[in-house]
Design a binder for this molecule. Structure first.
Ligand code: ATP
Ligand code: MG
Length: 282
């Protein structure tokens, strides 16, 4: 791997995030070219987490815009604090003073996107596919200019270009125009050696043999036709729970089977896994 990419990998690993070469290259290019990084992938494969870790690695604040249906520009940018303005008016009236400026900083409630212009940050736009497509169009404009105009205050430009990470669970297609602006990467399930590293880091005290059988079982489970195949998050929690049960005296593969509720969360999936228990080593 070229040095800056390997270096980024080490920096992320120091924060317990283990990425493969594809993701590291995408992240490196996104940082260097100043393009938003658009991440898609199954649930629990580390889309949100990498933004948090990048913020730590770069020493920047993490600003998160969680998207949802109905999210509009005002909720994402800023709102005026009308109750506070009203109180100010009442106070002035009571004291017989003239009412001063009501549309200034003191009454401005900063929302994530405005804050991202005023603070050097990693801006995480999480689950963009949940927002409406009008919001996506607005976002496209924001991401091309990194400035906004507040009619009462004027134009505000970014103090430092935010590092932007966008995630999507692909519940719907995103606009081509938005994708064009971004650097795209699909985060796949990790291979066994990377999942082993993650388990070693996040489930301390688990023996090497136990970690190997856990990762082999997860890989096997993902190859079954499940409604919800487990992500990395589920692997970690499964390992932690099974470790807890062994600390309390349970035998090894039995502990894995008993903690299955942390790995698969659909009754049908549990059934499927149990049918294959023996070949999965459970
Ligand atoms: N590459 C990784 N290295 C270390 N830990 C990871 C990695 N990927 C995921 N994790 C762990 O899995 C957890 C869940 O990851 P995250 O929340 O980023 O998933 P996600 O892809 O955003 O899922 P969702 O689509 O459900 O939001 C993280 O808190 C982290 O502990
Ligand atoms: Mg997420």
């Amino acid at each position: 791997m070229p040095d800056p990419i390997a270096q980024l990998g080490q920096d992320l690993a120091a924060e317990q995030y283990f990425a493969d070469e594809g993701l590291l290259t995408a992240a490196h290019l996104s940082l260097t070219l100043g393009r938003p990084l658009l991440l898609e992938g199954e649930p629990g494969v580390g889309k949100t987490e990498i933004a948090k870790v990048l913020a730590r690695v770069r020493g920047r604040e993490l600003i998160r815009l969680q998207c949802y249906e109905g999210l509009d520009a005002a909720q994402a940018l800023y709102e005026w604090d009308h109750p506070k303005q009203l109180l100010a008016i009442r106070a002035c009236e009571a004291e017989g003073r003239p009412v001063g400026e009501l549309y200034d900083e003191a009454y401005l409630m900063e929302r994530p996107l405005l804050r991202a212009l005023r603070t050097p940050c990693v801006l995480l736009i999480d689950e963009i596919d949940r927002a409406d497509s009008e919001f996506e169009a607005f976002l496209l404009e924001f991401l091309s200019d990194f400035q906004i105009t507040i009619p009462e205050l004027g134009t505000i430009s970014a103090v430092a270009r935010p590092i932007v990470v966008m995630t999507s669970n692909r519940t719907r297609e995103l606009h081509d125009a938005l994708k064009r602006r971004c650097l795209y990467h699909w985060i796949a399930f990790p291979d066994s050696s990377r999942e082993r590293r993650i388990i070693e880091a996040k489930v301390p005290g688990l023996s090497a043999d136990a970690a190997a059988s856990l990762v082999a079982a997860v890989t096997g489970v993902r190859s079954l036709e499940l409604i919800k195949p487990p992500g990395i998050a589920e692997t970690i929690e499964w390992g932690q729970a099974a470790k807890l049960l062994t600390d309390e005296g349970a035998e090894w593969p039995t502990a894995l089977r008993r903690a299955l509720g942390l790995l698969v969360k659909e009754a049908e999936d549990t059934e499927t896994v149990l049918v294959h228990a023996e070949s999965l080593g459970l």
